[in-house]
Design a protein around this ligand. Sequence first.
Ligand SMILES: NC(=O)C1=CN([C@@H]2O[C@H](COP(=O)(O)OP(=O)(O)OC[C@H]3O[C@@H](n4cnc5c(N)ncnc54)[C@H](OP(=O)(O)O)[C@@H]3O)[C@@H](O)[C@H]2O)[C@H](O)CC1
Ligand SMILES: [K+]
Length: 512
Amino acid sequence: MKIFSAAQIYKADKLTIKNQQISSEALMERAATGLFQWLHERLRGTSVKIHLFCGIGNNGGDGIALARHLHEHGYNVHVHVVNYSEKRSKDFLINLERLKDRKIWPDFLSEKSTLPKIHESDIVIDAIFGIGLNREPEGWVAHLIKHINSSGAFTLSVDVPSGLYSDRVPENLEAVVESNYVLTIQAPKLSFFLPQTGIFVNQWEIVDIGLDPQYLEETETDYQFITKSDIVPLYIPREKFAHKGSFGHSVIMGGSYGKIGAVVLSTKASLNIGSGLVTAYIPECGYGVLQTAVPEAMVVTDDGDDHVKKIKIPFEPTVIGLGMGLGTETGTVHAISEFLEKNKTPLVIDADGINILAKQPGLLKKLPPQTILTPHEGELKRLLGTWKDDFDKLKKTMAFSKEHDCIVVVKGAHTIVIYNGKGYINSTGNPGIATAGSGDVLTGTLTGLLSQGYPALHAAIFGVFIHGLAGDIEASQKGYEAVTASSIINNIGNAFMALFSTKQEEEAPSGD
Ligand SMILES: NC(=O)C1=CN([C@@H]2O[C@H](COP(=O)(O)OP(=O)(O)OC[C@H]3O[C@@H](n4cnc5c(N)ncnc54)[C@H](OP(=O)(O)O)[C@@H]3O)[C@@H](O)[C@H]2O)[C@H](O)CC1
Ligand SMILES: [K+]
């Protein structure tokens, strides 16, 4: 699902009006009808008090038109026009007149107004600002927004929570509506998915207003929200006459005394996702553990007893997943540097593998093209230095990925795969998968997909999705707290099944 910028949405707007030969006001009516239907299905005529806070632009126009529909169906509406500017939009004014024709008289809020009382059991429709927000709201508007937030009333935002930009962090985080639900017009906005701004969007859903399909289809976006329908086509079906050699040979390289479990988890994940053969490359101390914990895997031990110190792989692997539990002992750093200098095998690098790259940035030049790096926040900082905010972080990661031709998997509530100037935002996963060893499972998963011949970018996007989905399946049965890295591995098969299950609910264009 594409994530369009505000500029692209405005362009789609214009083209739709031209190509479908409709007025902008008719387009607003589509939005209002969609919003109304959503609400009416849920409220079913209840007498609850509905406060509509409407700005003076087209977001406000959507709200005013919605108020008319609600009123026509007998709802108890209270319309407050937030009069933050004299520049009222044409379609706002058309809809304001229609409202007045029906004898609905909004109150006009300005700097001097007393704020309307909002009871906890009321409903608030927030249509103050949409994607046209271009500066910090004035003090009194910020005050009104705080008043809405502290009311405790269920708050439904039209298009975006008012005060939230689609592509940058607001100057004043207290002047943003904390939405319970956002009905977003046509496509989700980038700010919904980043931690600093996504906190204002509890749940969202799309209202489809039928913008020009050709434009939406042909326009490239910097970001995409990856859902099941994007993932299924990436799947490589297994041939009837395939054998284990068809699915490659993964090496999982890592481990040190006390951290052999990390390699166990990666190795198991690589096997579970379908790697043909898996060899764990570990220091001597982990030999017994690996052979016992993962009988399906082979083991090659390093010369080092407690940590890796001299890498010799006695065969040509398809792919190497490297870094889990590796440690950063001087001998290990030296061994990895020496190895990377010569290595040509595709790589997935995690944890201490990334820390070693950060210590010796010269090694970045030695990585094979499209190496996948899977840093968590701290590791990413070590690689990139600091960033100003979430948007700056993405920009810097994109530049880094371009410079070194690597795929960066930025782990988070919505993990984002960055490559070639584009970001692929994952839709699966939950707070439960933020657990010890979860990253090791992800690295093993990506390694196992590369081993089977998935192109590197597909492996990253597909693997992140499956990993999150496996965690979602586990959480749906056990709750967030009980999700462990091992339970994610055990659900990889279920995640595949869910991907192709026809019993699954049809994918709804929404998220939380
Ligand atoms: N295709 C679609 O997606 C459709 C979307 N619709 C809805 O329209 C809004 C966008 O409407 P727009 O009128 O462009 O913008 P806003 O309503 O968000 O804002 C109105 C104007 O407010 C001014 N502004 C911006 N920031 C501030 C501020 N901090 N304080 C005061 N005023 C501010 C700005 O004008 P200026 O000239 O003063 O800069 C804005 O233009 C979209 O979100 C949807 O809800 C359509 O209904 C259907 C098609
Ligand atoms: K809004």
